[in-house]
Structure formats: C-alpha cells, structure tokens
Design a protein around this ligand. Structure first.
Ligand SMILES: *Cc1c(COP(=O)(O)O)cnc(C)c1O
Length: 530
C-alpha cells in the first residue's frame, strides 16, 4: 500500500471533503490505492471485523464443560468475514498470479506448455477424482489399470523395462534414481563408490540430490560447444565413481552428441548413468533414452506431459529404470495378474530395493492427466510435440540471434540460450531486461541459468505457442534490446522497470532469507505508546 492510500484508509472516518482535498503523489498513484483492476489486497486478518461471519448460526445450547479447565479462555482469532468478502479476496489473489492460461511463459528448462482442458475433464471423472488410496484393491481396478497403462507408455516411449511411479516431482525422481543406484552399489559390495560426476551446466537439483544421498559432487566442465568436455569427463572416471548425472538435451538446449561414448565409458568404469529427463519434451517420440545406454531417468509429467505445474502441489516425476536397476525400485508397484491388478506394498525378503519413497502410489490426478494427454496425441502426435517444440525454439533463435547474443553456434533443441553480451557497456543487466518484460505482460525467461554462460537468458517457447504469439513476443524482445543498446537513458529506464506492477523491485534476497510467514495483530495504540 502506498503512503497516500495508507493515509486514506487510516482516515476512513474522515469526511469526504478531507479525502477529496488530499492529492495522490506520483503519476501512477490513485486516491484509493488501487490501480485499475489491480486491487491493493489486504490480508484476511486485516480485513476482518469482530463479530462478522459468513453464516447466521443459532446461539449454541448451554453445555457442561468437560475439558477439565482446559477450555480456551481467549478468542480463537479467526478473521470475521462475509462470504462475498472471502470470495473476492481469493479471486483477486488468484488474478495476481501469472499463469500459462494468461499468456506466453518462456521460462527455459521448465516446459510451460498449455494444459489441455480434456485432461482436466478426465481427472474430474468421479471414478478417478474420488478414489482413496486406502480403498480395497477390488474397488479400484480401473485406477490401477490406468497407472499400469501409463507405466506402459512411459516404458515404451523411453525404451526402458521398468518404471517407479510414486516420486512426486522431478527432484523427488532424482532422489529415487540415486537411491536405486546407491542400493545397487550396496548390493554389489561397491558402496565405497562415493563420487558423482555432474556437468557444470546441470540444474541445481542434480548436485543437491547427489549430496543428500551422501555423495561428493565432482563438476565436469563444458567444452566450447556447450556440451560435456569428453576428455575432461574421461579423466575424472575412476573406481570411486558411483554415477554420472547428465541432462539430455542439456540445459543449454543442446543435444549431448557424445552420449553413447559417455554411457560406454561410465559402464566400463562400473558406474551408473543417471539422466535428468526434464528436457524430454525435445525428443519424446523421436529418441528412446534406453537406446542411449541410460540406467535411470526421471520424467517430469508437468513438463513433457502437460500436467499443471502446481505451486508445490501434487506433482509427479516417475523414474524409468534399466534392467540393472529395476530390482532396486521402491515399493509400491502395480502388477497385472490373472484375475486383475494388485499392488505390491512390500518388497520380498530377497529384494534389495531401498524401501518406500512416499506414503501411497503416486499422484492419481496427474496420472490421469498425463495419460489423457498421451492418448489424445497418440504416438505420432507425441513425436510431433517434440518436432514442433524444436521448431518453435529455432524460430525464436533465428529471429533473435542478431538482437541478442546466442551463446553457442548452430541449431538448438527445445530452448534458445543467450548470454548478456548484447548488453555489454549499456549499464543494463539480464535482471533489468527480465523486469522490463514484466511490464510488457510476459513472465520473464529463465535468467542466470545455466551457469556456464554469463548473464544467461534461457527461453523455451514450447510447441503450444502459435506463430502469431511468438512473433509478438519476438518483436517486444527486439524492441527492448534496441532500447538497451541505443537509448541515452537506457540504464536508468531499465533500472526503473517494472513500472506497472503492484510492487516494483523487491528485496528478493531478504524475502527468501527472512520470510514473514505470520501475521501478528498490531499492538493496541495505548500499549504501543508505553
Ligand atoms: C525442472 C527441472 C528439474 C526439477 O524438476 P521438478 O519437477 O521441478 O522438481 C531438474 N532438472 C532440470 C534440468 C529441470 O529443468
């Protein structure tokens, strides 16, 4: 809330004349603090009024207190709100969020594609939407068949013999895969292998996962083509290496062309090959990771298979496994026998699986959506997904290569990586550029990642954007690049972006390090004065 509107709300008892005489400060300020449809939304607790309620309830009958003196003595402190107030509050909050349903979301490495409404319709069928994981198995045969069918598609698309369905996200899938690798090494008396090789361009979750599993992380440098430096990689192999964690296509949007050689060398050294499958969208239907010598790979259903990216909500990151790692997969799994489907909840005595990863079977709602997506596309449609995703990214690259600075030469896969070379000596940074895109109504691209190039701008359009939509985005990026390079006041102008958001530049570090997660009532005036 700006200073002026604070004054107005503080003086809500003041006369209309007093308010009319006051003048908002800056040119973007208004009398009431709202700007057009951007409403200054106060917390529920700040909007609360004692005694207000959404429903009229009769006085409770007199009861004998049986809590042995433990009954609450002070008010419970719930906000007092009417139903329309609550509805407006949450509706307005929902509108503050940028979403794929609101516009192009070019966040690289995240595959922010359209979430088809057919998926939503299927997920809401009562037979899927209302099942409970503790229901008797005989009553959920259809749901188990769906999980089994989705597992079949995932295995077919990746060319892998097994899949663990329960991991709840990509990062959780990494944990699952690395625990499988660890279990396999333990089973083979190889637990002394403690080093995991991770390319410099890797997503932060890769080294984090390896560290959580007790491994030390050894970074492999990138070569000048943006790929793993093959010689440096081979030099790092040794009897203490447990695994390599490699992303393909990698986070520079490039296919790791030495992948067969890498797989051969990893296996020869007695280690396993973990592939980060977050970028599977670029190759789905065209390349089977199993054919590349991979031992395990997570699949982010919310990336490649169009399930919603829920803000920390129900995700799904199934992990496909090679024959060598399949025996170490976590329970539970679904088996298809004569007479129906069964859930194996506990591995047998001889089984060396690492145990359980999650309370239940995985995220049913996401499974339904992903399978609906696969079935509505078919095998040929999924192949076209990859082709169109790559086409769109190359279109973006071709249109922007003269205005921005492509980090590497040649065609790209599903995303286009630029560095901040084009901003040299302008006083404008990648961050400023991202903030200017917000004013233009776009969620910014991924910035400062991957770390292998300076001031990275990583853009992933996905296959679900039209040419018209891409052209508009391209023209905006071109205009901003032109402004940064030629305007006299470029640095100052960019530093002031974003201009049109409810809040401008936030102290993001403080917000992350010292989050204010709890509302406390203001001390009553008299007390505060003491
Ligand atoms: C998104 C992503 C992850 C993490 O996946 P989540 O589903 O967000 O946990 C890991 N690696 C790469 C390369 C990614 O893009």
């Amino acid at each position: 809330m700006n200073e002026w509107s604070k004054a107005v709300s503080a003086s809500s008892g003041a006369s209309a004349q007093a308010i009319a005489n006051a003048v908002p400060g800056g040119s973007t300020e208004t009398f009431g603090g709202n700007r057009g449809l951007q409403i200054e939304e106060r917390l529920l607790f700040e909007q609360s009024q004692d005694g207000r309620c959404g429903v009229d309830l009769p006085e409770p009958p007199k009861v004998t207190e049986r809590l042995g003196g433990l009954a609450r003595k002070t008010p419970i402190g719930l906000p007092g709100m009417s139903e329309p107030q609550v509805v407006r509050h949450y509706t307005r909050l929902s509108q503050k969020n940028y979403a794929i349903d609101a516009g192009l979301y070019p966040l690289g490495s995240c595959t922010m594609k359209h979430n088809p409404r057919l998926n939503e319709k299927m997920a809401r069928l009562p037979g899927f939407g209302d099942v409970h994981p503790l229901q008797p198995v005989s009553t959920v045969q259809g749901a188990l068949e769906l999980i089994d069918t989705l597992a079949h598609w995932l295995k077919t698309l990746t060319g892998m013999p097994a899949v663990a369905m329960s991991p709840a996200a990509g990062a959780h899938g990494e944990l699952c895969g690395m625990l499988c690798i660890r279990a396999a090494h333990i089973a083979h008396g190889q637990d002394h292998r403690r080093r995991v090789l991770v390319p410099e361009s890797a997503h932060g979750t890769n080294p984090a996962t390896a560290a959580v599993c007790g491994y030390t992380v050894d970074a492999i440098p990138a070569d000048e083509r943006g790929r793993v430096d093959l010689a440096a990689f081979k030099a790092k192999l040794g009897p203490d290496v447990a695994a390599i964690m490699l992303t393909n296509p990698n986070t520079c949007g490039l296919f790791e062309s030495d992948i067969l050689e890498i797989a051969r060398a990893v296996h020869k050294a007695g280690a396993y090959f973990y592939c980060d499958g977050a970028n599977f969208n670029a190759i789905v239907g065209r390349v089977r990771p199993g054919d590349l010598g991979i031992d395990c790979m997570h699949i982010n259903l919310h990336k490649t298979f169009s399930t919603p990216h829920g803000g920390g909500g129900p995700g799904a990151g199934p992990v496909v496994l090679s024959a060598a790692l399949a025996p170490y997969a976590p329970a539970p799994w679904v088996v298809h026998e004569r007479g129906g489907f069964r859930v194996v909840e506990q591995a047998g005595d001889n089984n060396q699986a690492f145990g359980r990863l999650k309370a239940f079977h995985g995220q049913m709602g996401m499974f339904v959506r992903a399978l609906a997506y696969m079935m509505s596309h078919g095998a040929d449609g999924l192949r076209q997904v990859a082709e169109d995703a790559v086409l769109n990214a190359n279109y973006l690259m071709a249109q922007l290569k003269d205005d921005l600075t492509p980090s590497f030469e040649g065609p790209t896969m599903h995303e286009a990586l630029f560095d901040d070379g084009f901003l040299k000596d302008t006083g404008v940074t990648t961050l400023d550029f991202a903030k200017a895109l917000i004013d233009e109504g776009y969620h910014p691209m991924t910035m400062y990642f991957p770390l292998v190039v300076h001031g990275a701008l990583l853009m992933e359009p996905t296959e679900t954007e039209s040419k018209g939509g891409l052209d508009h985005f391209i023209s905006v990026v071109q205009a901003l690049a032109q402004k940064a390079k030629t305007a006299n006041d470029a640095a100052q102008w960019f530093h002031e972006c974003p201009r049109f958001t409810p809040r401008r530049r936030l102290d993001e570090t403080a917000a992350a390090r010292k989050p204010v997660l709890r509302w406390r009532p203001e001390a009553p005036k008299a007390q505060a004065a003491e």
